[in-house]
Design a protein around this ligand. Structure first.
Ligand SMILES: Cc1cc2nc3c(=O)[nH]c(=O)nc-3n(C[C@H](O)[C@H](O)[C@H](O)COP(=O)(O)O)c2cc1C
Length: 428
């Protein structure tokens, strides 16, 4: 039998603690986002379909991005017990300079399309958080304006070597003059991947006003007000505009780029040079022999060759082969700070975030990017504490295994990661 009594009013009042309502709608919106997926939901609600799909989408059947995210979800962590880590140090040294966190902002094209503050928001937020920001050749803010937005922080420049080489060389010189310290030469884009969502949406740059876009705009007035009342959306470094993204990329990209281009760029660029979009061990070795400072294992967030290798799966073997001689970094599929921790444990020196940053941008401009960084920071810190490590250097392959469903079978890449468990079944 339960003994009952009359409710005690004093105790009831103690339980009633009403929070002061947050009157700032943006703050309220962003604080309600606890994960990057939550930011994505807000971004989708606030951004016109064509712009959201351009950001969120990938190539062909979008298998690469789904697999990359699955590989991170299939991580199993192995914590050490009774190892106090009351505070954790998330800082690292990367490409000759500091970063407060083991990730930076990846280069993204057309960024002001997602939200009008674009690269200024990204560079400002990165500077405030003490992490590097990368400006794309297809950016919508100039090299000099990014420098102004992040005057004391680290700025990196991403280069596409275009048909008209002089344009690329000119940008390289300008980035060096503006004090950008590292050049990322992207090599996975000889032609544009087939972004089917863009084709289905009839997406073009600049966006066209069709009946469909107008209907879609009705619940998203702020994006349109921003778009129509701020400087024209255009490439800051290129003169060509007009057409679908694929057409624009195909006009600018050159399918004949080769190692010779790397030699020329190397001579032009005084700082560190990193090759972005490396997808196998052989290329990694060759690039390191050629003297590059770093490589990014990346399949461009699944936006180029669909079904390309999952960067996270390539990581252990590439680190084993070239990790002593070059800085190995990784991107594609990162949606959680734990993905970053797992990458560092398997030997990556650094990671880049693309969509995670853009979801924040679309959800709330600069404050939204701050929120992305804050979410990832707290996930990194919590994961490290729960693993019982207090610095990034303590993260080791033994902290991570992989469930087996995405284990490659067949000849390329030849070996399964050292940390993988014995294979129970073939890859799905
Ligand atoms: C909307 C968008 C635009 C991008 N534009 C570029 C670009 O101009 N240059 C480049 O090297 N990579 C570009 N990328 C690829 C990113 O730099 C990065 O490799 C990728 O986003 C990582 O995957 P994630 O989005 O899952 O983090 C772009 C990615 C997205 C989502």
């Amino acid at each position: 039998m339960v003994t009952r009594q009359l409710p005690n009013l004093h105790e009831m009042f103690e339980l009633m603690q009403f929070k002061k309502p947050e009157l700032n709608a943006k703050k309220r919106r962003l604080e309600s986002a606890l994960t990057i997926w939550d930011l994505r939901t807000i971004a989708k609600r606030r951004t016109p379909k064509a712009a959201f799909d351009y950001t969120d989408g990938a190539a062909e059947g979008e298998l690469s991005i789904a697999r990359a995210r699955q590989a991170f979800e299939d991580v199993e962590f192995h914590p050490g017990i009774l190892r106090p880590a009351p505070t954790v140090d998330t800082s690292c040294e990367i490409l000759g300079g500091p970063s407060a966190l083991p990730f930076g902002i990846a280069p993204t094209g057309f960024t002001r399309l997602m939200q009008t503050e674009g690269e200024i928001a990204g560079a400002g937020a990165a500077g405030a958080a003490g992490i590097p920001f990368t400006l794309s050749t297809l950016g919508t803010t100039s090299i000099e304006d990014v420098k102004k937005a992040n005057p004391h922080g680290r700025n990196w420049f991403q280069l596409y070597v275009m048909r008209d080489r002089e344009i690329s060389y000119g940008l390289t010189r300008r980035a060096a003059e503006a004090g950008f310290d590292t050049l990322f030469f992207t090599v996975d884009t000889p032609v544009a991947g087939a972004r089917l969502r863009d084709k289905r949406n009839g997406f073009s740059i600049p966006p066209q006003l069709t009946l469909g876009t107008i209907v879609n705009a009705i619940p998203r007035p702020w994006w349109w007000i921003d778009f129509l009342t701020t400087p024209k959306l255009e490439f800051a470094s290129l003169s060509s505009t007009g057409g679908t993204v694929g057409e624009l990329l195909d006009a600018a990209m050159d399918p004949t780029i080769s190692y010779d281009d790397l030699t020329v760029i190397r001579e032009l660029w005084p700082g560190k040079i990193v090759i972005k979009g490396v997808q196998n061990v052989e290329d990694s070795k060759k690039l390191v022999e050629l003297g590059v400072d770093g490589i990014v294992l990346s399949n461009h967030g699944g936006r180029q060759l669909d079904r390309a290798p999952i960067p996270f799966r390539l990581l252990p073997e590439v680190v084993r082969e070239v990790g002593k001689d070059a800085t190995v970094m990784i991107d594609t599929g990162i949606m959680n700070g734990a993905d970053i921790v797992a990458s560092i444990a398997l030997g990556a020196k650094f990671t880049l975030i693309g969509r995670a940053y853009l979801y924040g941008l679309m959800a709330g401009g600069r404050a939204g990017v701050d929120r992305t960084i804050a979410i990832l920071r707290s996930e990194i810190e919590r994961t490290m504490k729960l693993l019982g490590v207090s610095s990034l250097a303590e993260l080791q392959p033994r902290h991570v295994t992989q469930l087996t469903r995405l284990t490659p079978v067949g000849s390329a890449p030849a070996r399964a990661p050292r940390t993988a468990r014995p294979k129970a079944s073939a890859a799905r």
